[in-house]
Design a protein around this ligand. Structure first.
Ligand code: NAD
Length: 483
């Protein structure tokens, strides 16, 4: 039992046209650790989605007419309300999500930071003058470009960071002057809905934010295909992303997708410290983390020592009640997700990999698992295993590490551990991904940096400043003056 579990199921409605709307059909939201129903959400029909679109069409006019000062003040107010209610939001993330209380608290802190950055950046959305008179015969032309809001942004978010990843959509969308329709994960919708409540409390005008909840099978892909939607900003799995990209048609898309993030460990490092860093990056949010460490390529000079340390650290990882301070890893989101992890491990074993530790479910959690195999195995890097599972492979050179890292349909983050600046530089130059961490694992992100992937890991960049620009269009303005 959770210590602070809500006493009865709390029901949350959808936000449409400034009103909280409830449906008779409800979707239970379960606590993944206990399996108990803790919340329930409404299930949208097509009519609700069309109502939200009508509302957003009004909202986009309201939003673009808010001054940069007003947008900034609203977002900064949300950040300050969240700071006051940190404990409550931390508990919500624990109740519905996969994080320990410590991890959930860090997510709230990061969310406050994300929103603060959005509030600051809302005042810095500046264009540039363009020297039109640099062209022959155009001496009477003067002009500049500005960032114009795209209009309506559909924001679709995953289960694993249920608060901060919603903030990475709502904050930049409001900062850029857009209306938004949010569709949070069915598994962890409450943190995002509550963040929406804070935006209203902070003074965001009606219609600018709408929230639709429930299974997409009830309302199809209208939120993606409707021509009133100007941008689909999606974070989630690569397969869902591909389906959405195909359905979206001619509109802007932002795609933050899956990964199988590699880390290269060279022969000149402090093996124990690097092993701790990598295991930490593997087990955050019980491995349900897009930049989590999934593949470790270790130089043969330190391979045995590194492997021994990584395995002993993994064996020591404590599973259990996320409320308990001694717990290192919380639950996996659903039973189906555990089945998927198990079948991915079985496939690796059939393909020649060997489980060194872990590999089993414990109640609703999964053991920290290290699997050994050749870096050039045909299965290397091909699948994202969304759990606390990483492979370890021996390499004899940096080139082998880079080749193995790049041998994947994904390319989000990568890490390289070395004390040799030439080696580090070559790796940063040749790794095909959206971000390379030197002397850190792939599991490193701050909310202001441009963030995103290449290949099947995504299109475009989030991170506050980048997301605000992605949610804007460049508009060129040229004056044809008399002289
Ligand atoms: P998911 O793709 O199953 O679902 C994500 C969201 O998309 C949910 O709200 C879901 O209801 C919705 N959705 C799914 N298919 C859809 C469709 N066809 N049309 C409209 N909406 C659709 O992902 P998940 O299991 O919630 O999250 C885990 C995945 O997200 C992992 O692959 C992880 O790597 C990825 N992720 C990526 C990032 C990143 O920034 N790159 C961050 C977090 C998670």
């Amino acid at each position: 039992m959770l210590i602070n579990l809500v006493e009865k199921v709390v029901t949350k409605g959808m936000l449409i046209g400034g009103n909280w709307v409830e449906t008779t059909e409800k979707l239970p939201v379960l606590n993944p650790h206990t399996g108990e129903e803790v919340y329930a959400i409404s299930c949208a029909t097509e009519t609700h989605v069309y109502d939200a679109l009508k509302s957003a069409a009004k909202g986009k006019i309201i939003a673009r007419n808010l001054s940069a000062y007003d947008r900034s003040e609203i977002i900064l107010k949300v950040a300050s309300l969240l700071k006051e209610r940190k404990e409550e939001f931390t508990q919500t993330i624990v109740n519905e999500g996969v994080k320990t209380k410590m991890e959930a608290g860090k997510e709230v802190d990061r969310c406050i930071n994300t929103l603060t950055l959005c509030g600051e950046e809302a005042k810095r959305l500046t264009g540039e003058t363009v020297p039109f008179n640099a062209f022959a015969g155009a001496s009477a032309k003067k002009g500049h470009y500005v960032y114009d809001p795209v209009g309506i942004v559909t924001a679709i978010t995953p289960f694993n960071d249920p608060l901060n990843l919603v903030a990475h959509k709502l904050g930049p969308a409001v900062a850029a002057g857009n209306a938004i329709i949010l569709k949070p994960s069915d598994f962890t919708p409450i943190s995002g809905i509550k963040l929406g409540e804070l935006f209203l409390e902070a003074g965001l005008p009606s219609h600018v934010l709408n929230i639709i909840t429930g299974p997409i099978s009830n309302f199809g892909d209208i939120l993606v295909t409707d021509s009133r939607v100007n941008m689909v900003s999606f974070t989630g799995g690569s397969k869902s992303g591909e389906a959405i990209a195909k359905a979206a048609g001619v509109k802007k898309i932002g795609m933050e997708l899956g990964s199988s993030s590699p880390v290269i460990i060279m022969n000149d490092v402090d093996v124990n410290a690097v092993a701790e860093n990598c295991v930490g990056g593997m087990i955050w949010a019980a491995g349900q983390n897009c930049v989590g460490v999934k593949r470790m390529y270790v130089h043969d000079a330190v391979y045995d020592a590194f492997k021994e340390k990584v395995v002993s650290l993994s064996k020591a990882v404590k599973l259990g009640n996320p409320e308990d301070e001694a717990t290192d890893m919380g639950p996996i989101i659903t039973n189906e997700a555990i089945d998927k992890i198990e079948s991915s491990i079985a496939d690796l074993e059939k393909g020649g990999y060997k489980v060194l530790c872990g590999g089993k479910r414990v109640n609703n959690s999964f053991e920290a698992t290290i699997i050994e195999g050749d870096f050039d195995n045909v299965l290397n890097g091909k699948e994202e295993i969304f759990g606390p599972v990483a492979t370890i492979s021996k390499i004899s050179s940096l080139e082998e590490g880079i080749t193995a890292s790049n041998d994947s349909p994904y390319g989000l983050h990568a890490g390289i551990f070395t004390n040799n600046i030439e080696v580090a530089f070559k790796a940063t130059n040749e790794l095909q991904c959206g971000g390379v961490m030197v002397n850190d694992s792939s599991d490193y992100r701050i909310d202001m940096m441009p963030f995103g992937g290449v290949k099947q890991s995504g299109i475009g960049r989030e991170g506050v400043k980048s997301a605000i620009r992605e949610m804007s269009t460049t508009k060129i303005i040229c004056f044809n003056l008399k002289n």
